[in-house]
Design a protein around this ligand. Structure first.
Ligand SMILES: O=C(O)[C@H]1O[C@H](OP(=O)(O)OP(=O)(O)OC[C@H]2O[C@@H](n3ccc(=O)[nH]c3=O)[C@H](O)[C@@H]2O)[C@H](O)[C@@H](O)[C@@H]1O
Length: 432
């Protein structure tokens, strides 16, 4: 539509009007001709105007397609500020990356519950069904936690966030997770776990004040380590997957930022975290879905038919470990992008300390689901998997007071209850 000014311009200059009534034929003809050519010129003008309007409109559309961001603006800033508000004495304001993820959602809710301010960040990628992430986001929103839709690789957006809020802590949980998917999409691991991490650390190091960082590493860094249980001082230079390699790289990269810029860093090696609102790509989750749908499940076995085992760790225990890490994190020492003194650097195992074999885990699910699984056993393909994990948590116990309390039986029961209700099944028919 033309603007009002353009319409007014057109209406106030109607062509071909004359008040002179004594015209000769010649003059009449001439006027007619003049009037026709004026009309023609006006028509041309109209066409040109319409064409330029349409091309301007398509320019605006295209520009907004490429320049459009899910962040920015006065309203957005207001929401960020409100969400970051601290509601307790000596509380924190925490930037939680990967806030719509499994661990991110639980940690954000726990922080909010005790009065800390939180700004969530998530790129809502489609590694697994984003509907689940959106559902988690709705819960967070209903607790007045604002989630910024953005990627940790977006330095401008991160700088803006640090401009608006003086974050005391960053709980960095955004990552490309999954051990076996790394063979399908290796670059996604480099994008999130390496490039994204560096972009985030750059912003943290530039921030004034610098936040303390707590972030998710992984038990997978132990790779082919055979010494059990895994201690933080054990070898981590033999990763079995690209995922593990990027997490190990993250430990080295965060160390560099700690060393050069004085960032306070705590890396948490999570051991196969499970529970309500979990990740659909993980075995306990996809097995549950398949068992309920009567579909077969594939159970990997090691050499000589040895069962694989995991130190499955329940989400509530992991959340406690994350909170204790934030609570015991010392301030970063840098300012103006420069280190002012040595800063804290820690790495902790957060596991359960009692590994369970995969067939035993399936047995527990079968019991809770009152359904038998159709099991196919195959030899573990060379896909990045490790045969077992087992955490030594004495460091976390001493320094964080970390003490896991949920066994797999209890934790899976809670998961199954949640899964049935989330997926619309009738509880009573299933859980024992
Ligand atoms: O603790 C960790 O470091 C890692 O834990 C999990 O990785 P994983 O332990 O491999 O968890 P699942 O993918 O759920 O697999 C659990 C077990 O089930 C087995 N599995 C998996 C899938 C399948 O179809 N069949 C099968 O037997 C795996 O070999 C493994 O032994 C997460 O997916 C990683 O993101 C995390 O970093």
């Amino acid at each position: 539509m033309p603007s009002l000014a353009e319409e007014e311009l057109f209406l106030t200059s109607k062509p071909g009007k004359s008040k002179d009534k004594s015209h000769t034929m010649h003059r009449h003809f001439h006027r007619c001709f003049a009037s026709t050519s004026t009309m023609f010129l006006w028509a041309l003008f109209l066409v040109a105007l319409t064409a330029s309007y349409l091309s301007f409109q398509s320019f605006v559309d295209n520009s907004s397609k490429y320049l459009s961001t899910a962040w920015g603006g006065i309203q957005w800033e207001k929401q960020v500020r409100a969400s970051a508000q601290i509601h307790r004495t000596n509380g924190f304001s925490v930037l939680v990356t990967g806030a719509a993820g499994f661990v991110g959602t639980h940690v954000s809710l726990a922080l909010k519950k005790r009065g800390d301010g939180i700004v969530g960040l998530d790129n809502f990628n489609n590694y697994y069904d984003p509907t689940l992430k959106k559902a988690r986001k709705s819960i967070l929103n209903s607790h007045n936690i604002f989630i910024v839709e953005g990627d940790i690789n977006d330095a401008r957006m991160l700088a803006k966030l640090f401009d608006i809020v003086a974050f005391t802590h960053v709980m960095h949980l955004a990552a490309q997770a999954g051990v076996r998917y790394a063979m399908k999409n290796p670059n996604s691991y480099v994008h999130s776990n390496i490039a994204g991490l560096v972009t985030l650390l750059e912003e943290c190091k530039n921030a004034n004040p610098q936040p303390a960082i707590v972030w998710a590493s992984s038990s997978s860094v132990y790779g082919l380590n055979e010494k059990v249980p895994f201690s933080e001082s054990d070898r981590t230079d033999q990763p079995a997957s690209l995922y593990a390699a990027t997490k190990k790289a993250g430990e080295e990269i965060t160390h560099t930022y700690n060393h050069i810029y004085g960032l306070s860093v705590t890396g948490l090696r999570f051991f196969t975290v499970y529970g309500p609102w979990g990740r659909p790509d993980m075995a306990y989750f996809s097995f549950t879905r398949n068992i309920l749908q009567g579909k077969p499940i594939t159970i990997y076995r090691g050499k000589n038919r040895v069962d694989l085992a995991r130190d499955f760790t329940y989400i509530d225990d992991i959340v406690k470990g994350c909170m204790a890490s934030l609570d015991t994190a010392k301030n970063s020492t840098g300012s103006g992008g420069k280190k002012q003194g040595p800063a804290q650097y820690r790495i902790f195992n957060l596991g359960n300390t009692s590994p369970v074999t995969v067939p035993m885990m399936v047995g527990i699910l079968e019991k809770h689901l009152k359904n038998k699984a159709k099991k196919n056993f195959i030899e573990m393909p060379g896909n990045g998997d490790v045969p077992f994990t087992h955490a030594n948590i004495s460091s976390a116990r001493t320094e964080l007071g970390y003490k896991p309390t949920t066994d797999l039986q209890t934790g899976l029961k809670k998961f199954v209850r949640w899964y049935l209700s989330y997926s619309g099944y009738n509880h009573d028919k299933f859980v024992m």
